[in-house]
Design a protein around this ligand. Structure first.
Ligand SMILES: Cc1cc2nc3c(=O)[nH]c(=O)nc-3n(C[C@H](O)[C@H](O)[C@H](O)COP(=O)(O)OP(=O)(O)OC[C@H]3O[C@@H](n4cnc5c(N)ncnc54)[C@H](O)[C@@H]3O)c2cc1C
Length: 395
């Protein structure tokens, strides 16, 4: 197989699509990333701060951007969980001997983009459809253009167009959760209690929760609450008062942080996932990341999984004919992401439940379960992503 003749089209430039382009380049393939958003939007923050696990960091290390990410991110020393009345549910030191960190999506995306050749990317153009003809895929773009390629990778997120054409298996599942997130400079917040910048803080109430992280003197929060349907408020002031309404009666630090956040920065998203998907590829088209296994953000694994998927797929494509490579990729990644979809769903169901007995169970679990068990549960998802065997064989 002559890799240099291989042109691969990647739909989407989230963490999965960018990692795919970079990992494929390392394997000697040329690729083109087609992205519907503008370049500025690709680097915008969605979903607060990202936990980046040790296997993902080793991939970033391999690409040469780990230091850039580390200096933009942070490492927490303690995980603190409070009840909405401010009482302590759990305080747990986080291991300092495991390489992991938290950073903003914008920092991650900027670091990955810095490694990508400008000519390898087209922004503000969507993949609208595709067709497999003989030994090629004809990719149809929103501009009316058509690109011929040997392989198409669908990295186009939870509402993937590539998946729709490939599998036609319906819409993602709404998880009955709305999320608002925002960020505010630490020195803008008054009267903070229960707060130090080295802590990863979670506050749990009945039917709602909030995660708070401080990165480079900026406090980043993601608040979740139960809803039966999702309707984004277009007016930023209404959006902020909606969040305040949910959280203003809570003990510090939540109301102070939300109150200090400028309303125009607050974003609102619905949370969607899917049941595990049987086939991740068909013919010359394959899916990665949220396009194939969207999961709730409560396990901190969506972006990690998308990047590890991309790296593993590129590894096999560099060594096997595409059909075998797709199979090897699915065989390796599907059991892990199937498990993570389920675990992420369970965590979101318990930590944001509006049923009193379930809320009692989840807070009791955190209060009384040995910390080692809670820590192992948290670290398990990162451990499953381990790809050290692949990294030792990759230049
Ligand atoms: C509140 C919140 C918190 C989160 N926290 C974490 C966390 O701590 N850790 C973690 O690992 N993950 C986290 N996630 C999940 C994470 O954001 C996603 O799982 C991750 O972004 C998936 O990456 P992706 O590359 O598969 O898709 P995306 O990041 O969704 O990227 C898809 C890209 O494709 C583009 N696109 C869409 N359609 C088309 C088309 N037809 N043609 C061309 N381009 C297209 C989009 O514009 C987008 O740029 C969180 C998510 C939320 C909402």
């Amino acid at each position: 197989m002559n890799n240099s003749e291989y042109k691969i089209v990647i739909a989407g430039s989230g963490p999965g699509g960018l990692m795919a382009a970079l990992a494929l380049k390392k394997q000697g393939f040329s690729s083109l990333v087609v992205e519907s958003a503008s370049r500025e939007k690709i680097c915008a923050d969605i979903g607060g701060s990202y936990h980046i696990g040790s296997p993902t960091l080793s991939v970033l290390e391999h690409l040469g951007v780990a230091e850039q990410c580390r200096s933009a991110g942070t490492r927490f020393s303690t995980l603190k969980v409070f009840a909405s009345d401010g009482s302590v549910i759990m305080k747990m030191p986080l291991p300092q001997n495991i390489d992991m960190m938290t950073l903003r999506r914008s920092s991650l995306q900027t670091s990955l983009l810095s490694l990508l050749d400008q000519s390898q990317m087209r922004c503000e153009v969507s993949v609208s459809s595709f067709e497999e003809i003989e030994e090629k895929v004809l990719v149809k773009l929103s501009t009316g253009e058509q690109i011929q390629t040997k392989l198409l990778i669908g990295a186009d997120g939870v509402n993937s167009k590539v998946r729709q054409v490939l599998l036609n298996d319906g819409l993602p599942r709404f998880c009955n959760l709305t999320c608002c997130w925002g960020r505010v400079k630490l020195d803008q917040i008054k009267n903070l209690k229960n707060f130090t910048t080295n802590d990863a803080i979670t506050q749990l109430g009945l039917g709602s929760s909030i995660a708070i992280a401080t990165i480079n003197n900026e406090v980043i929060w993601s608040a979740f609450w139960r809803t039966t349907n999702f309707q984004r408020s277009e007016d930023p002031i209404k959006r902020k008062s909606q969040v305040m309404e949910k959280f203003s009666s809570w003990a510090s630090p939540t109301p102070e942080i939300i109150m200090a956040t400028p309303s125009e920065i607050i974003a609102e998203v619905g949370i969607w996932d899917r049941d595990p998907c049987k086939n991740w590829y068909k013919g010359r088209v394959v899916l990665i990341g949220d396009a194939v296994h969207p999961m709730t953000p409560f396990l901190g694994q969506g972006a990690n999984s998308a990047m590890i998927d991309a790296f593993v797929l590129a590894h096999y494509l560099g060594r096997q004919p595409y059909a075998t490579a797709f199979k090897s990729y699915q065989q390796r990644r599907k059991p892990i992401t199937d498990r993570n979809i389920k675990t992420a769903r369970e965590i979101s169901d318990y930590t944001t439940t509006d049923k009193r007995w379930k809320h009692f169970l989840s807070t009791s679990f955190l209060r009384f379960m040995p910390k080692s068990i809670i820590l192992n549960t948290m670290l398990k998802a990162d451990q499953l992503n381990d790809i050290s065997d692949i990294l030792t064989t990759t230049k």
